[in-house]
Each structure stands twice: as C-alpha cells, then as structure tokens.
Design a binder for this molecule. Structure first.
Ligand code: C2O
Ligand code: CU
Length: 455
C-alpha cells in the first residue's frame, strides 16, 4: 500500500487526524540563560534566564481535561523546578523541592505530567531560589481553554513584569538584598508587558477582546487603568465569576491573574489603552490602536464563563486557624522560631530573616495546619506589618469571608494590606503537602513560607 503525504495546504486543518481523546500536548521546556531586548531599542540586550531562553516563556495551551506532558531540562548553573501556579493538580507534580520532589540539578531533567482540571489563566515558574530565578525571567503562562469558550474577536495574554536594571540594561544584583527582604521586596525600575515596553495590538471599533492579565513580578502590585475599552472582569486567578464584575481599577498582586472581556469603545483612528499607575501618575502599558474601517456590531452584555468545579464550603463549624503576620521594617517582632531555634529579631536579621507567621520563621517541621481530607478551614490572616503581602495557597482555591459574612470570589492569591485582616476559607480536598506563602518572593525567602498538610 502506498503511503501518501497529506496535502495540508489544499485540505486545510480539518483534514488533520483527530487526536485521541484527551491526549494533550507534549513539550520540552529548557530553563537556560539567553539575551532579550527588554529595554527600549537604544539599550543593549539584557542577559536573562528564560524557559527556552524566552521572556516570558512560551505560552502553553491545552483544553480542559487534557493531559499536559512537559519534559523539563535544567540548563541553569543552579538547582531548579517548575511550579504550576494555580493548577489544582496532583501533589507530586506541584514542583516544590523539599515538599513534593527533589530539586532538579544543573543538567538534570524532570517529567511533569498532569491533567488540567480547570479552564482558565495560570502560569508557571521555578520554586527554587525563586527571587533570583523569577527576577531573571523564568516565568510563562499556561492557558486552559474552556470546552465552550466565550465568543470574542481576539484573545490576548498580557504578562506584566517588573525588572531592576542597571544603566546598561543588565539585571541588577544581588537578589538577597537586606533592604528588599525587610521592606516591599524587589521593586524594579523597568516595567515590561510580554517582554517589551509597550506592546501594540491592532483592534477595530466594537470588537470584543478577552484579555488575560498576569502579574509575574516578584514584588510590584500593578494597578491598571483603561481607556477606550468597556467591559468586565470574568475570572480571577483562573476561577470564573458567577457574574462579571465591572472594575475601574484592576489590581494585580504578584502571582495574581485576571481575565477581562472588553469591547473596544474607541473610534477608528483613536487609541484604546491600558495604563499602570505609579506614584499618582499613569503610564501607557498596552496600546490598542483602532484600525480604520467600519465598526464591528456591538455584542451586548458581557457573558459569564462556564464555572470550574467549586468545592462546597461549609463555614458553620469550620475550624478557624488564624495566621498572624509579623516582622519587617518599621515594626518590631517578638522573638520567633527559625529552624527549631528561638531567636531575637536582631539574630534573625543577621541571618537575613525578617518575617514570621504565628511566631515561626520559614518552614518548620510542624505544618502551619494539618487538615483532614474534605475539611473546610477558615484562616483569618492578620497583617501586623507595614507592608502588603500576597498570600498564595498551592493546590487549592479559597474565597475570602467578608466582615458581613458574604463570600468573595475564588482565588489562589490574596493581597492583604498593612493592618488589615482578611479571612479566607477553603475545602482541603487535595491530599498532600502544599506551600502557603507570600508571593512577594523576597518575603517568602525571608520567613514568609509555610505549608499545610491535607489528608
Ligand atoms: Cu507562584 Cu509557591 O508560587
Ligand atoms: Cu510579603
């Protein structure tokens, strides 16, 4: 029998053989040094570390319920791993050395394989020496498409990042600076969106855009404004909202994501923009020049996305496990336990440790909380420090319990302002040991790291 080549050009994509059910993409991801033009063109390229040398890394995309196979190779001069931020996957695939796997040494590999349970916008980054590795550029977006995606004209991912650069556009060292560790973290001096200064996406008036906003910065909280666009937030942290929510300012803490659906209200020849706010001023971050020609007919209301699985929260009788945050500059801290030893703040600071959760600095033998499988847990988080913190729980999504008892959206990362108390509640339904930490990465390596044990 003759084996013929299929004529793709003539037949189009429809002639591709159907994929076996639920078999998903296979990818090789190599963490390695590379050069990237992050600063404006008159500056030299920046030496970065990127997945496949790219900043941000390749966008991984699969459908809900599909399996992803990633063969990770570490071509960095130090240990690494990949954590799949926000994915409610099996513990062994969570990518946290010391908790779920061994670190991947230079030259080593690790096979990540999991089925994507939820549709939404997620991201991946190393979970080893993360201040340095994420600051140097190791981060990428993972998108899980809904089985029935909303009807939009363009689906655009926007990765917001923040770099601390020297005059020659090289990345400023060191990464373990005591000031960053004890203050607001490694805030940078150059913002990029998708690895460039101000990306442009041409649109038409009336078009409907789905924007996936992702904050991969290690410390900066992005506060975004928009003009010439009108719409609503449809998901936070990969979890669709029952009702889209209109927000004038979009706040994205490190690690957080937001899916918004916007209609272009600007007319041809005008620009629609997204800007970010810094010290009272707003700067253009993304430009959507509106093409000439007839407007696209308006579509009407912003639809809600199909929901992901939501674990039933049983708040009545749920066990409260308070978390008190302490430490950092401008506030004192009582003696706290680090590596099993009780120490004064002065001694801790000498070790580069500045923060504690419930009087414990960093990981200890005792988990912050041990939950039985399926138990609902409430964690009132009290921020007794002078800085905001973005608390991230692995393997689960939680809701905040507002003072009036109502429940906020499902999230995996929550921003807690200074002197604020935010209570979160979740169902501990994913067995294993999961990290629970501040996503201001200088903070997590200076004490704000803990774990919970489920089942
Ligand atoms: Cu996005 Cu523990 O991390
Ligand atoms: Cu923090």
């Amino acid at each position: 029998m003759q084996i013929r080549r299929r004529d793709f050009l003539a037949a189009g994509c429809a002639s591709l053989l159907p994929l076996p059910a639920m078999a998903g993409p296979s990818r090789r991801l190599v963490a390695r040094p590379a050069l990237a033009q992050l600063a404006p063109p008159e500056y030299p390229k920046t030496g970065v570390w990127g997945f496949d040398g790219l900043v941000p890394g390749r966008e991984l995309r699969l459908r809900q319920g599909e399996q992803l196979d990633v063969s990770f190779e570490n071509a960095l001069p130090q240990n690494s791993s990949i954590h799949w931020h926000g994915l409610r996957i099996e513990n062994a695939m969570d990518g946290v050395p010391g908790m779920t796997q061994d670190p991947v040494p230079p030259g080593g590999t690790f096979a990540y394989r999991f089925v994507a349970p939820d549709a939404g916008t997620f991201w991946y980054h190393p979970h080893v020496n993360s201040v340095e590795q994420v600051s140097r550029g190791l981060a990428g977006v993972l998108i899980v498409d809904e089985r029935e995606a909303p009807d939009v004209d363009q689906d655009i991912t926007l990765v917001f990042d923040d770099w601390r650069m020297n005059e020659d556009a090289s990345i400023a060292e060191p990464f373990d600076n005591r000031h960053d560790r004890s203050h607001a973290g490694r805030i940078g001096n150059h913002v990029t969106i998708n690895g460039t200064s101000i990306p442009e996406y041409e649109v038409r008036s009336g078009e409907r855009l789905r924007l996936r906003l992702v904050n991969t910065a290690t410390a900066r909280v992005f506060e975004l404004l928009y003009r010439g666009l009108e719409g609503a937030v449809v998901a936070y942290d990969g979890m669709p909202l029952a009702e889209p929510v209109r927000e004038e300012r979009l706040v994205l803490a490190p690690g957080q994501r937001m899916d918004v659906i916007f209609d272009v209200t600007a007319e041809a020849g005008d620009a629609a923009v997204i800007g970010f706010v810094e010290r009272g001023d707003a700067y253009v971050a993304v430009d959507f020049p509106v093409a000439d020609g007839a407007a696209v007919a308006a579509r009407g209301e912003i639809p809600a996305l199909p929901r992901n699985r939501e674990a039933p929260l049983k708040l009545d009788g749920a066990r409260p496990v308070p978390l008190a945050m302490a430490g950092g500059a401008m506030r004192g801290m009582d003696p706290a336990v680090w590596n099993g030893e009780r120490m004064e703040l002065r001694e801790l600071a000498a070790q580069g440790q500045f923060w504690a959760f419930n009087g414990v600095v960093g990981l200890s033998d005792e988990p912050f909380l041990t939950a039985s499988l399926g138990e609902t847990v409430r964690i009132p988080i009290t921020n007794d420090t002078a800085f905001p913190h973005a608390m991230h729980l692995h393997g689960h999504h939680f809701r905040d319990v507002r003072p009036d008892g109502s429940l906020g959206p499902w999230r995996d990362t929550i921003l807690v302002a200074p002197d604020e108390t935010r209570e979160i509640a979740f169902v501990a339904d994913n067995p294993g040991e999961w990290a629970f930490h501040c996503h201001m990465l200088s903070h997590s390596s200076a004490g704000m790291m803990s774990r919970i044990k489920v089942g």
